[in-house]
Design a protein around this ligand. Structure first.
Ligand code: ZN
Length: 239
């Protein structure tokens, strides 16, 4: 049996049998990992509480025939607030669900790992929903499907830009407009995020623009993934 170590973030877990869990990780070295954590649902389990969504852990695993087996887990960064804050939990869940969808087993993507851990840590620290919007923007860029936000995606004029169309993959001018209505403030935030000025956007965006951006970015990533995000339903149900 081959033993290996990796650093990973827990994406989601499923019950298996009486006491075990299947855990989906996104790891630095091997991309997505699906592994069995044995006995973790027993109260005396050494690392049961470490293997919860959004935990960032150092792992030791055995390579299995179908699923690998977790033999050791140590938490590297404590994520505490998420357990008690529903909004934060929903936002973290959105990030983790996206990575669970786009992550590929056995295919390392250090940039995606860094983005995921960065977003989870920043969310835990600030609770700012725009962290999710910035995360989605960076994921789209990484996937090579960054939307056009500085000119009309149909005719190319640079103003006024008033809408965002999912199927066209970008913003639209007044004459070509269709899809979602988009405020100029929200569009400028998207421009800033794609230019890497995330900190500026997090610090200065008013709440109504932040909400507009969160709704739009969720719609864009859902279109990219070709499915609804369950965590977004959680968010909407509790709003
Ligand atoms: Zn146009």
């Amino acid at each position: 049996m081959v033993l290996y170590r990796d650093e990973a973030i827990v994406l989601r877990t499923y019950k298996l049998g009486e006491a075990d869990r299947i855990v989906n990780f996104y790891s630095r070295g091997r991309g997505k990992i699906r592994a069995v954590a044995k006995g973790v649902r027993r109260t005396k389990s050494k690392f049961g509480s470490l293997l919860e969504p959004a935990s960032i852990v150092n792992l030791q695993l055995y390579e299995g025939r179908n699923l690998d087996i977790v033999t050791q887990a140590e938490r590297t960064v404590p994520l505490v607030a998420a357990r008690s804050d529903l909004d934060l939990y929903s936002r973290l869940s959105t990030v983790l669900e996206i990575v669970d969808q786009i992550g590929i087993e056995g295919e390392s993507n250090a940039a995606l790992y860094k983005l995921t851990v960065g977003a989870a840590t920043e969310l835990d620290r600030t609770k700012n929903g725009l962290v999710v919007t910035a995360f989605i923007a960076k994921v789209l860029k990484l996937e090579g499907v960054q939307p056009v936000v500085d000119r009309c995606v149909v005719c190319g004029v640079t103003e006024p830009l008033v809408a965002f169309a999912l199927h066209e993959g970008g913003v639209l001018c007044h004459s070509c407009r269709r899809g979602h209505q988009l405020s100029e403030e929200a569009r400028l935030c998207l421009v800033a995020v794609f230019e890497g000025r995330v900190r500026h956007v997090l610090d200065t965006t008013p709440p109504e623009v932040a909400l507009e951006l969160q709704t739009l970015s969720a719609a864009i990533i859902e279109q990219h993934l070709e499915r609804r995000l369950k965590s977004q339903d959680v968010l909407h149900n509790f709003k």
